[in-house]
Design a protein around this ligand. Structure first.
Ligand code: AMP
Length: 173
């Protein structure tokens, strides 16, 4: 995998979704067979020996990466979703956004005691989302084996919020 090639497939969109945010658009990377394949492979290689039972991703972009990675790791996939989307009993975790809060839910029976869960997302920004996902996993008795990201906005220091976990990202900004 060539990190610069992956980086070349990530597009900066200024002031999206709100003023002052530089949005990292990964759709060009997803649309490029080689770049998508290399990204999933690189993440999978990092976690291959870790023994992952389940990969957790949140809607919407998290689903794409977590689903592909789960397949490659021979693991299951569990969705974390915005409130009201999952049909069965749920556990929720609230987390802070720049303005206000948001909530993620997972099914209470999504994780069995001691199952090993890898948390995956496209971007690590402030770490709030990842830390909420970790709370959900641990509340259900699972173990967080790691947190994998396509890219990390290092200047936001998200790692400080998830310092207890093995955090791995392919591209750093
Ligand atoms: P955070 O909880 O701050 O780490 O934010 C991570 C979540 O917000 C991820 O699901 C990202 O997809 C999304 N996100 C945050 N900042 C950006 C950004 N600059 N570009 C693209 N996605 C972002």
């Amino acid at each position: 995998m060539n990190v610069q090639t992956l980086r070349d497939h990530i597009r900066d969109i200024p002031d999206f979704p709100t003023d002052g945010i530089m949005f990292k658009d990964i759709t060009p990377l997803l649309a490029d067979a080689q770049a998508f394949h290399d990204s999933i492979n690189a993440l999978a290689n990092h976690y291959d020996a870790t023994g992952v039972d389940l990969v957790m991703g949140a809607e919407a972009r998290g689903f794409i990466l977590a689903g592909a990675l789960a397949h490659r790791l021979n693991a299951g996939f569990i969705p974390a979703r915005k409130p009201g989307k999952l049909p069965h009993n749920v556990t929720k975790a609230e987390y802070d956004l720049e303005y206000g809060t948001d909530t993620l839910e997972i099914h209470t029976d999504a994780i069995a005691e001691n199952q090993r869960v890898l948390i995956v997302d496209d971007v690590l920004a402030t770490g709030g989302t990842a830390s909420a996902k970790a709370r959900l996993v641990e509340e259900l008795g699972g173990t967080v084996v790691g947190m994998g990201f396509l890219l990390e906005l290092g200047f936001l220091n998200g790692r400080s919020k998830i310092a207890d976990y093995d955090v791995y990202s392919l591209i750093q900004y």
